[in-house]
Design a protein around this ligand. Structure first.
Ligand SMILES: NC(=O)C1=CN([C@@H]2O[C@H](COP(=O)(O)OP(=O)(O)OC[C@H]3O[C@@H](n4cnc5c(N)ncnc54)[C@H](O)[C@@H]3O)[C@@H](O)[C@H]2O)C=CC1
Ligand SMILES: O=C(O)[C@@H]1CCC=N1
Length: 289
């Protein structure tokens, strides 16, 4: 592996999002809202969807461009590049931008399953990499992000990444091999909760509540349970026990969930997400061999 230089000097504090989809938008919204980065210091680029770029500029005031020369300049001058495309697109995306990047720039990846080694292989040089797994709740400051740093990341760069993600939620710095299971818990996790909420709302409506009532009651219930767990620091099993009167409604409902193998099903879902993350990373790795 080699180190790499070009004629550009990265502008301190500038962040270029390469891939301008849901996760990039969630982070940008959080970063601007929390004033960690100004809109003018953030650029967002994608492959071709100009309408999307116009929306992002109008909505957040960030810099966007679909002109190849301008795109390359924005990439070359950013001190942090956030890779935010789907795993299936990484090979084309990373190899196409590699000529404009150097090892003076920090690469932050939010891409599921893609290892630090594979990113460095695609770039063709030993870039400092922060491999992360955020979730979409970052957009409202309630994200949960896992981060692993490559050996090349300086302590100053580590601090920059921590500042970025701590501004939009909580951060766990963990060994890279644990990022897959973290993805199963917190990266994909919000979707499981939404799925449960969809079912609670549907049941409420089927039982005669209005759509608004069912929604409001479900939101407050999930919010209350999450905040209760955080504020009290209690074991969830203990909080559950406090709601479950012997022979009462909760016990009856929990028995139905047990009959449907609730615990095993949720655990299997988390482990399947972990496995899928490994598969996605492996597919990119194999495509390089
Ligand atoms: N959505 C989520 O909850 C989370 C997503 N992630 C990861 O973040 C990454 C992005 O996910 P989403 O934002 O949901 O996807 P998305 O489909 O909303 O956005 C992907 C973006 O990448 C761009 N893109 C694709 N190919 C490109 C190329 N060759 N050059 C430049 N741009 C290109 C697309 O134009 C689009 O703007 C994925 O790897 C995903 O696994 C990580 C954590 C949570
Ligand atoms: O579904 C996915 O692949 C990504 C990873 C975590 C959340 N969404």
């Amino acid at each position: 592996m080699v180190t790499k230089e070009n004629n550009y000097v990265p502008h301190p504090g500038t962040i270029c999002f390469y891939g301008a989809g849901s996760m990039a938008e969630a982070m940008v919204r959080g970063l601007i809202h929390k004033q960690v980065a100004s809109p003018g210091s953030i650029s967002m680029l994608n492959r071709s969807n100009q309408e999307r770029l116009v929306f992002l500029t109008q909505q957040y005031g960030v810099v966007t461009s679909n002109q190849p020369e301008q795109k390359n300049k924005l990439l070359s001058e950013a001190s942090i590049i956030v890779l935010a495309m789907k795993p299936k697109d990484v090979k084309e995306a990373i190899t196409s931008i590699a000529p404009y990047l150097t090892d003076k720039q920090l690469i932050v990846s939010v891409i599921t399953g893609l290892s630090i080694a594979t990113i460095q292989k695609l770039l063709g040089f030993q870039a400092p990499i922060a491999r992360t797994m955020p979730n979409t709740s970052s957009s409202i400051g309630y994200g949960a992000t896992g981060i692993s740093f490559s050996d090349e990341v300086s302590s100053e760069q580590q601090q920059q990444v921590l500042t970025m993600f701590e501004a939009v939620g909580t951060v766990s710095v963990i060994p890279e091999e644990k990022l897959e299971i973290l993805t199963g818990v917190s990266g994909s996790g919000p979707a499981y909760i939404y799925f449960m909420m969809e079912a609670m709302i549907a049941a409420g409506m089927e039982g005669g509540l209005s759509a608004q009532q069912a929604r409001d009651l479900t939101v407050q219930t999930v919010l209350g349970a999450a905040v209760m767990m955080r504020e009290t620091g209690e074991d969830p099993a203990k909080l559950r026990a406090a709601i479950t009167s012997p022979n009462g409604t909760t016990q009856a409902a929990l028995d139905v969930l047990r009959e449907g193998n609730f615990t095993e099903t949720v655990k299997a879902a988390v482990r399947r997400a972990e496995e899928r993350s490994n598969e996605l990373g492996q597919a990119v790795k194999e495509a390089l061999q």
